[in-house]
Ligand binder design. Structure first.
Ligand SMILES: Nc1ncnc2c1ncn2[C@@H]1O[C@H](COP(=O)(O)OP(=O)(O)OP(=O)(O)O)[C@@H](O)[C@H]1O
Ligand SMILES: O=C(O)c1ccc[n+]([C@@H]2O[C@H](COP(=O)([O-])O)[C@@H](O)[C@H]2O)c1
Length: 218
């Protein structure tokens, strides 16, 4: 029996860009996702505080998805933020399971750079107790895994079967064949500071918002 697979795509989204949107749209086709919830964090666990305010990042998400019905926004990391504690994914997944139960199929989407960094995440080996992981390719990040623990973990849980994702609530890692988009939020911010055009990297409404609000010194 195949039941619906819910997907969360966590990020700092400072700002959201086509490197987030286009690979995930392709991923949705590849693994048959009807819906993806963007999950903006409040305090990124492994990054400096975002430059844009939480409200500005949310505004940009709303504008970005206005032309893409695949996406919605899940604000739980913002609304459930406990003072200055980072948004740890495992805690978010626990909160999602408390709300939706253990039977529903849940996937968490990450890029290849996040996969390579996973051993530094809080309680990372427990993530698959709550969700599947769907990994999008990202240029500049090796597909070869060198960390022995991560390598072993991948070997134990990786699947190439889309059915595994739809027939189980959690527990599998699927590395997708998504298109490579050489775009990062860091590069966009640097380009803006150097007064370089960024139109090709962002939805037009997001680019307009950045300019109207002089964000990132635009
Ligand atoms: N170009 C891209 N291709 C594939 N995945 C991406 C890409 N950009 C971001 N991601 C993934 O999206 C998620 C959220 O990324 P994030 O919001 O931190 O953007 P970023 O561009 O990576 O930011 P920064 O430049 O600050 O690292 C992460 O899992 C990341 O791996
Ligand atoms: O739980 C953790 O320890 C953890 C460490 C680093 C990143 N994350 C989450 O991974 C997602 C992508 O992170 P980032 O830093 O690339 O925006 C986002 O939802 C983060 O909250 C989570």
């Amino acid at each position: 029996m195949s039941i619906e697979l819910t997907a969360l795509f966590g990020g700092t989204f400072d700002p959201i860009h086509y490197g987030h949107l286009l690979p995930v749209i392709a991923l949705a086709k590849e693994v048959n996702l009807t819906h993806v919830s963007l999950l903006p964090n409040y305090i990124p666990p492994h990054k400096p505080q975002p430059v844009a305010t939480t409200e500005q990042r949310l505004d940009m998400l709303r504008l970005a998805i206005s032309d893409y019905p695949l996406f919605s926004i899940d604000c739980r990391e913002i609304t459930q933020a406990k003072s200055e504690r980072p948004s740890f994914t495992i805690e978010t997944l626990q909160s999602w399971r408390q709300e939706h139960g253990n039977e529903k199929n849940l996937a968490f989407i990450i890029g290849q750079d996040s996969l390579l960094n996973l051993p530094s995440w809080y309680n990372w080996q427990k993530l698959l107790d709550y969700c599947h992981l769907l990994v999008c390719q990202r240029p500049g990040y090796s597909q070869q895994i060198n960390d022995p623990q991560l390598k072993q973990w991948l070997k134990a849980h990786q699947t190439e079967s889309v059915d595994d994702l739809h027939q189980n609530p959690n527990g599998f890692i699927y590395v997708a064949h998504t298109p490579l988009k050489n775009i990062s939020a860091t590069e966009i911010k640097q380009r803006i500071q150097h007064r370089q055009d960024c139109q090709a990297f962002l939805p037009p409404k997001v680019w307009q918002y950045i300019q109207n609000h002089h964000l990132y010194n635009a």
